[in-house]
Design a protein around this ligand. Sequence first.
Ligand code: ADP
Ligand code: MG
Length: 305
Amino acid sequence: MIEAKNLTRKFGDLTAVDNLTLNIKEGEVFGFLGPNGAGKTTTMRILACLISKTEGEAKIAGYDVSDEEDSLKIRKIVGLLPENVGLYDDLTAYKNLDFYGKLYECSQTQRKENIEHFLMLLGLWDKRDVMVGTFSKGMKQKLAIARALIHDPEILFLDEPTANLDPESSKTVREFILDLKREKKTIFLNTHNLDEAQRICDKIGIFNSKLMAIGTPEELEESVWSNKTVILLEQVTDEILKALDKFSLNITTHSNKLIIDVANPEKDNPIIVDAVVGAGGRIQYVTRLSPTLEDAYLKIVRMGQ
Ligand SMILES: Nc1ncnc2c1ncn2[C@@H]1O[C@H](COP(=O)(O)OP(=O)(O)O)[C@@H](O)[C@H]1O
Ligand SMILES: [Mg+2]
């Protein structure tokens, strides 16, 4: 549905997007994860035909972003929530959507149907005649997404949809994105929020000018993970640390907890536990530390620097 091949965009000497190759399938929610200045917005703007590429190619539903005629077709099937949303505070929710529907040349019937559908889906139908200026940030952002959907596009580009929202509003927006996923929209989501990516994306690309890694959240977590064993003790003593010294393990201590990198947990854990007990350690728990997307993200981004 969204394909990029060696896509590159330069601004003078700066290469904002460097040789990006991607393939996003229909109905997939793709999280484009990267730090500020990584080139996420630039990539999205190329894919949505707002700016040109420097090299490489990109296709949306088979249409070429750099072909003039194709780009008109792309605009029809793509909806974009930009970084800075423009809604009219002194128009009602209904009239805001109706206005944008007209800009997209949607027929009156189509506008009526879509506005009703999305306001219902957003839980804003009751507020359809209320001025948008009185809406909370979360409600405004949901309405802005509905605005991007007014012409019923198959593909939705969302540029950091929960940036600057409080946790409550972010949750509302995330739930709305999940509703759209259920409606089988293909969604390209720019974010630097790991938690958000993990909760709603089928696939994640970690990007910092270059694509550093791509996969499901689980695949990314596993890819950089070394096994870690956590031993919770009554007390961590010098004797215990000395007893573990001879195994030359990577150990971190947090108050009464030891976190140990182990190559082969089934084989190593019993030996470690024996050593700890032998040194007088009183063990309360032994557990495996689960990988997180944050570990993966930080490791992958740092590897590229
Ligand atoms: N129109 C432009 N002219 C010059 N530099 C730009 C322009 N747009 C973006 N950049 C630069 O490209 C890099 C990537 O920006 P951007 O795509 O906005 O990153 P992100 O969205 O990941 O924060 C940044 O260094 C930014 O300053
Ligand atoms: Mg951006």
